[in-house]
Design a protein around this ligand. Structure first.
Ligand SMILES: O=C(O)/C=C(\CC(=O)C(=O)O)C(=O)O
Length: 304
């Protein structure tokens, strides 16, 4: 099957630079995706965008180039609840990738167990309206209860303005919760303003809540972009991510978000995205927790 990309689609950055920042040994890129390839793993009919291909081989080549040891491959919405491309990436990683799936209520226990055996360790609940159709909360609660018995966690993706409305649902979930991209704050607002304070309170009051401090390229309003050797990219995001890293050093994760779905403005150089890390995690200890200890505890607990 051949697919036509969404008009204006930005492909991932070819030939990224070598990061100046050397990540610690054993670092995990804890948020990335594969897209297809569409000819092998067709995109889902209900998808909201059609991307370029981004294969497991290309993902693992990037991992090696950036100096990472492992990946957490998160099911992208363009594949709906068909997890075959993501699972195929895990199975061909020599144990160096774990995954986060999207499932429906109709998933069988045998299918969940097969995914577990392939390395899946979580499910993703997506509340970003431009990406997915609405799923009833009772269906999500049922899924959360079932995956809890496998020791999995729930990854949630939402926009900051929607946190008040979703608060009661999130805080009732029975597993570890991992928030994508700090709940997508509006970084044009103050880092100590009411909107981000609510997110900080969400983490402070609920010790089962973790956050990915990823995607500055998606959150930044004023840049500058991670292009052309820029060593101080996305300056406006730094205070937000650094506050979360310093307040909750044992509950943060970082990921490239390669191949960066749905960027409209520019496609970052992934090497320069890695150079963003020491700005938000300024000490060797914070860097080790963010890139090694925390993701290992969540995704490879049997090795820690
Ligand atoms: O890659 C991300 O985390 C963010 C996405 C895409 C996405 O989540 C998906 O398609 O599954 C976005 O904001 O468009």
């Amino acid at each position: 099957m051949t697919f036509e990309k969404t008009p204006g689609w930005l492909d991932w950055y070819a030939n990224p630079s070598k990061p100046r920042f050397k990540v610690p040994a054993g670092s995990v890129d804890a948020h990335c995706h594969v897209f297809g390839p569409g000819a092998e793993f067709p995109f889902a009919p209900e998808r909201k965008y059609t991307p370029c291909d981004a294969s497991k081989q290309q993902l693992y080549a990037l991992r090696d180039h950036l100096g990472f040891a492992r990946n957490v491959v998160v099911q992208a919405t363009c594949h709906g609840a068909d997890n075959r491309a993501m699972v195929d990436a895990l199975v061909h990683s020599n144990g160096r990738a774990r995954g986060v799936a999207t499932v429906k209520r109709s998933v069988s226990d045998a299918e969940l167990q097969a995914m577990h055996d392939s390395g899946v360790r979580g499910v993703r609940f997506n509340f970003v309206k431009r990406l997915v159709d609405f799923t009833p909360k009772d269906e999500l609660v049922e899924i959360a209860e079932r995956i809890k018995t496998l020791g999995w966690h729930v990854v949630i993706y939402f926009e900051a303005v929607d946190l008040p409305e979703l608060w009661d649902f999130f805080t009732a979930l029975p597993t570890t919760i991992v928030v994508d991209h700090m709940g997508r704050p509006d970084v044009g607002k103050p880092v100590d303003g009411p909107e981000f304070e609510l997110f900080v309170r969400f983490m402070r009051e609920h010790s089962n809540v973790w956050s990915k401090v990823s995607c500055p390229e998606r959150l930044s309003v004023s840049g500058p972009p991670a292009l052309h050797g820029e060593q101080h990219a996305y300056r406006d995001v730094v205070p937000f991510a650094r506050r979360i890293v310093e307040s909750f050093p044992d509950r943060v994760l970082w990921g490239t978000d390669w191949p960066h779905p749905n960027l409209k403005d520019h496609m970052p150089d992934d090497g320069l995205l890695v150079d963003f890390i020491p700005h938000i995690a300024p000490t060797a200890e914070l860097q080790r927790k963010l890139l090694v200890d925390n993701p290992m505890r969540l995704y490879w607990p049997e090795e820690t």
